[in-house]
Every structure is written in C-alpha cells, then in structure tokens.
Design a protein around this ligand. Structure first.
Ligand SMILES: C[S@@+](CC[C@H](N)C(=O)[O-])C[C@H]1O[C@@H](n2cnc3c(N)ncnc32)[C@H](O)[C@@H]1O
Length: 443
C-alpha cells in the first residue's frame, strides 16, 4: 500500500505548484484522504454506512471530534488507532449515526399496523404478536407501536415489542423515555395527553407503554444478528437503508426476509420502499404506508389455513404466523390444544399463560412442581412465565434447574442465552447458544 515513504508518492501531487510549502500541504491532503478512506471503508463494512449519504463534512466533523477527544493531531495516527480498536469503532459509530425520529412518523404505517393486528386478532384469540422496530433510535417508533396497539384495544399481554439499534447512546435515551417537543411533530397529539405526563425534564412516557418495549443493542448487518431472535409478525425497518451502501441494503433485505413470518407485515421508509419490489414481498395496497407482506409458499399458506378457524370468511389480510421460538415471549404462542390426557394440566397452564393470566399460571405451575417429581418442562414453563412478569432472576434459576435436570432441553438453553445477553454477558450467551445449536443439529 502506498504511504508517504513510498517512492513516487509525491508524484500524486503532480498538478500542484512545486513550491515546498504548497507541495507539503498537497502531500498532507493526499495522505489525509487515504487515511479517511480507510476509516470510511471500515465503517461501511461494519454498519453499512455509505459516507456520501451523510456528507463528507459530517463525516469529517465526526472524525475530528474523536481525534480531539483522544488528543490525536494526525489523521493517520487516528486511523491506526481506529483500525486496532473495536471500542474506537463503536465510538465513531456513535458520532456518525443519524437518530432522527419522532412519534407516529408518517402516521399511516401505524394506522395500517392497528388494522392488521386487530383484523388478525379476531382469529387468534390467544395469540401474542411479536413486533420488531429496527432501528428504533431514541424509542419514538417502538413506543408509537405500543400506543397504537393499546389504543386499538389489544390487551398488553397480547403483544411484545423488541426494539433494536446499533447505538448505545440512543438506546439509553429510549429507555429513559423522557421527550421534548421535537419528538412530537405529528399533527394529532391526543396520544400525548393519554400516555405522557409532564415533568420539569420533558414529557415522561407512562410505565404501561414503556414496559411493552424491550430494547436491545444490535447491528442488522452483523452475521450473528438473527441468533437468539425469533421471527416477527410485524417488522418496522424505516429510514436506515437510505444510509447504506448497495451491498449492505441487499444484506439487510435478506435479513428482514428471514426474520419476518410468512405473511408478516413489513413497514419501510418512504424513500426505501422501492428496494422491496421483487419476488420476496408483496406491496400492501395502502398508499403512503410503504408496507409489504412477506410472500409465503402455497404449502405454508395451506398449513396455516388448516389451523385457523375460518369463522367469518371475510379476512383478506395475511394472519400472524406461528413463531420459530427462541425468545422469551410473555406467553406460548401456538394456541394450546384442547387439554387432554396426562398433559392436561400442562396444556391448561400454557393456555392460561397464553391468555395473559400469568399469576394463575404461575400458581398452578408451582403447585404442580411441589406435588410431583422435578420436571424440566415445568421448570421451563414457570421460567417463561416469571420472565414475562419481569422476574428475570427467578426465571434464570428456573431455566438453570431445567437444564440441570435435562441437559438437552433446548428451549431452556435458548432462554438462558437470551437472559445472559440481556445482562451483557456475551460469553455466557454465546456458550448457551453453542450448546443449543449443537443439540438442534443432533450433536
Ligand atoms: C433515522 S433513524 C430511524 C429511526 C426510526 N426507524 C424512524 O424511522 O424514525 C436511523 C437509526 O439507525 C441506526 N442504525 C444505523 N446503522 C445501523 C445498523 N447497521 N444496525 C442497526 N441500527 C443502525 C442509527 O443508530 C439510528 O438510530
């Protein structure tokens, strides 16, 4: 690679006047350009960012700000530090991301979401919808999703929202859930009356909405992004692909395709919807929603039809599909079969959990465990219930007991991986995932 000591390097400044000072300045600029290019390439590989979308001056300001913070004067010294340190990559990412967002941005996608879920809900009385907001930035989007569903009358126990962003800084703000006027740019602010209260720091969101959203750090382009996540009925992926290079866009679209249930609803940004026309998604017939449904195979559609009581015959929207599992959901998502035989009590308790009757489900599980021999599946069941109630420490103990009793209990290993991840224990999470994967592969 050419550097300033490479013979011929200075000839790259051939067109500059050959006075020593101007010539030196030219060499410095060429040098700086190549160091910045290295940094830009690395950002593109890591988070997909194509620098031209944010502009050179924004990028340079970000690099300069990091150099200043580190007391580094030369850009090539910074480039060296940057390439040797993932922590520095993370810090620069924080400087370059654009977390622009507001409540009920574009409005119509949220109207469609409410209609989609409520229409599907008629068929699946015990179904728990899984929704992903990716990227969620400072939280306005996932909280708008939660408010939409609560306003539509869906009980809180019937949906679950994961919200993911690559930036730790924006996630911290999202979890704090206190907002200023700038976040309220939609016309109708009735929702603010209903779900916020004013404090001297801003508008604070009520707990009922906050606790429906589970924030996670994640990079949509990371190879392990999908590990540990289940599949979602609805995915909001808006206003991020516009910042990506073409390759990164294609990679992200593949991930979105895999993470969405067949028939699931995908909401994109208005400048991004053009990327989704093709053979994997079908555009929703709703102007300004920028929405698509994931195509499903005829076999999958037929299998789903068999499961769903077609009691009205009027539904034309794809219904929520059944999950691939792997995530702590507040309830078990496959509608419980009619209780029968020796598993009657187990089915009944799952059903109670499905219906959001967590207290009763937990009480019955504990009673069963007191009166019978220890059982991995019962510990697992109670673990999921406790986790849904927000009792992660208790859930952890229960999943561990399940694995102690049955080291091949894949679901418990997956739940342990998720709990470890949430606690920031990446090594622990990776270990549980490895064990679960080995078992899944029959090892
Ligand atoms: C403009 S905001 C979009 C927020 C929201 N979806 C909306 O439309 O209002 C873009 C967000 O994308 C996040 N982001 C950028 N690259 C990402 C990546 N590779 N993976 C996950 N999030 C990313 C940024 O941190 C930023 O918060």
């Amino acid at each position: 690679m050419m550097d300033k000591f490479t013979p011929g390097y200075e000839d790259t400044c051939f067109f500059s006047p050959r006075t020593p000072a101007v010539r030196q300045d030219c060499i410095n600029r060429v040098h700086m350009k190549s160091a910045k290019k290295k940094i830009a390439d690395s950002l593109e590989r890591s988070i997909g960012l194509e620098i031209s979308t944010i502009g050179d001056s924004t990028f340079e300001r970000a690099v300069n700000s990091r150099m200043k913070a580190l007391g580094i004067a030369e850009v090539d010294a910074y480039a060296e530090k940057f390439s040797a340190s993932t922590a520095e990559l993370r810090r620069l990412v924080e400087e370059v991301v654009i977390p622009e967002t507001w409540f009920f941005r574009d409005q119509i996608p949220f109207t469609l979401l409410g209609e989609h879920v409520m229409k599907a809900d008629k068929f699946r009385q015990r179904y728990v919808f899984r929704i992903l907001s990716l990227p969620c930035a400072t939280g306005e989007e996932p909280y708008s999703i939660a408010m939409t569903l609560l306003q539509a009358g869906l009980p809180p126990s019937r949906f679950y929202i994961d919200a993911v962003d690559v930036s730790e800084r924006v996630l911290a703000l999202a979890r704090r859930a206190v907002y200023r006027e700038n976040s309220f740019r939609s016309g109708d602010l009735d929702f603010r009356q209903r779900f916020f209260h004013k404090t001297d720091k801003g508008f604070e969101l009520d707990k009922t909405v906050r606790e429906k959203v589970h924030f996670l750090k994640g990079n949509i382009l990371h190879p392990a992004f999908m590990e540990g996540l289940g599949r979602y009925d609805v995915v909001f992926c808006r206003n991020v692909l516009i910042y990506f290079s073409k390759e990164a866009q294609q990679q992200a679209i593949s991930t979105l395709y895999h993470i969405l249930m067949p028939g699931g609803l995908l909401l994109t940004g208005h400048a991004e919807s053009g990327l989704f026309f093709g053979d994997r998604f079908v555009a929703a017939a709703r102007p300004k929603a920028f929405a698509f449904y994931k195509k499903e195979s005829a076999a999958a559609a037929a299998a789903r039809q068999e499961e769903v009581p077609d009691d009205t015959g009027e539904d034309s929207l794809p219904e929520p599909s059944l999950p691939a599992g792997g995530k702590p959901t507040p309830v078990f998502r496959r509608p419980a079969a009619k209780p029968a035989g020796k598993d009657e009590e187990f089915s009944l308790v799952r059903q109670l959990a499905d219906e959001g009757k967590l207290e009763e489900a937990a009480r019955r599980s504990e009673k069963y465990l007191l009166e019978h021999d220890p059982s991995a599946k019962w510990y697992y069941l109670l673990g999921v219930i406790r986790d849904s109630e927000g009792q992660s420490a208790e859930a952890l103990k229960l999943f561990r007991k399940a694995v102690y009793l049955d080291p091949g209990h894949i679901e418990s290993l997956q739940q342990l991986a998720l709990l470890a991840e949430r606690a920031g224990d990446r090594a622990g999470a990776a270990n549980y995932k490895r064990r679960a994967k080995r078992l899944q592969e029959g090892g």
